[in-house]
Design a protein around this ligand. Sequence first.
Ligand SMILES: *Cc1c(COP(=O)(O)O)cnc(C)c1O
Length: 400
Amino acid sequence: MSASALFANYARTGLEFDHGEGIWLVTKDDRRFLDCGAGIAVNSLGHSHPHLVEALKQQAEKLWHVSNLHVVAGQELLGKRLADASFADKVFFCNSGAEAMEACIKAARRYHYDRGEAERFHILTFEGAFHGRTLGTIAAGGQAKYMEGFGPKAPGFDQIAVDDIAAVKKAIGPQTAAIALEPIQGEGGIREIPVDFLRQLRKLCDETGTLLIFDEIQTGVGRTGKLFAHEWAGVNPDLMAVAKGIGGGFPMGACLATEEVASSMVPGTHGTTFGGNPLAMAVGNAVLDVVLEETFLEGVQSKGLSFKQKLAALVDNHPNVFETVRGKGLMLGLKCKVPAGDFVVAARAEGLLAVPAGDNVVRIMPPLTITEDEIGEAVARMEKAAAVLENKLKNEGAAQ
Ligand SMILES: *Cc1c(COP(=O)(O)O)cnc(C)c1O
């Protein structure tokens, strides 16, 4: 038996952090790491942001949890703010990304059921997608490696290739309830869905009465330089899942919907014990205070551009290590020629944290509060890591 009492379902680094300050994570023995992973795009305002800490402390002294049997003022406020700032009219709060997607899927199915079309329960999703780890969302994601050994795939999920509008047209039938996708695939490897494809999907949905679901769990709440990534395309969904960055590190998620779609979710149809509790809502509102400040999102856009340019230079400097840089705002990806995991390990040795993704990509997703100087420092560390890998390749070449 191994020493840990925990499930062995994670391949952990072994690093143990004691505290965080802004974009920095500090170990017990005082080693400092520049955090370009942000807890997988969660710590949107960095670590121990004073406004978030204050909001959580104040709420902790008043009230933690009352359940959804009662009115939660923080939910009313955050729901209204999210609706005012987006396509949505109505909001449902939960605790995670997968739960937010489940709520979208249930709302889409219920919408058609209410219209006498109970057979319309199929959801079309795309290759390379990731929507979570529940039984429903692994079926939606469609990746065999996440479904293997967990019983039959939940019915009603059909997968198609990205950017093949003819295939989507063919796949939409009398059973189709909705089309679900991430505007930029995160786990799939920072793969941007072409704007034109998103527009064509919206058009197809309108023509066929199909609902459009955006999974903005990773792209949302300022990550790409807009409050939500779909704003870049000017295409609104009918339903949207949000989580990760919205809580700045406090577990929470949300399903946003138009009035028409949300109206199917009447008492008894759905619920959660913890979702939207006063602690989560206090932090969620505090995150929005900052992200909705006048120039915050413009700042993310300009810092994102600057970071991407510097990463493009890094790629040019190390053509044997990297292939290209992609992504938007502060959701960036380095497509590697060496195994992406090797670069993540080499960067960690230089005191920089990044997150591997599919398609041999390393994700660079720092807190949105990162400064220009810190971007420079991050790239300098990546240069060092790349040089180490480059030397290793040379030595291997010489040895042959
Ligand atoms: C992380 C993620 C999820 C799942 O969120 P959990 O909070 O881990 O359940 C779903 N979709 C996307 C796009 C994600 O990035």
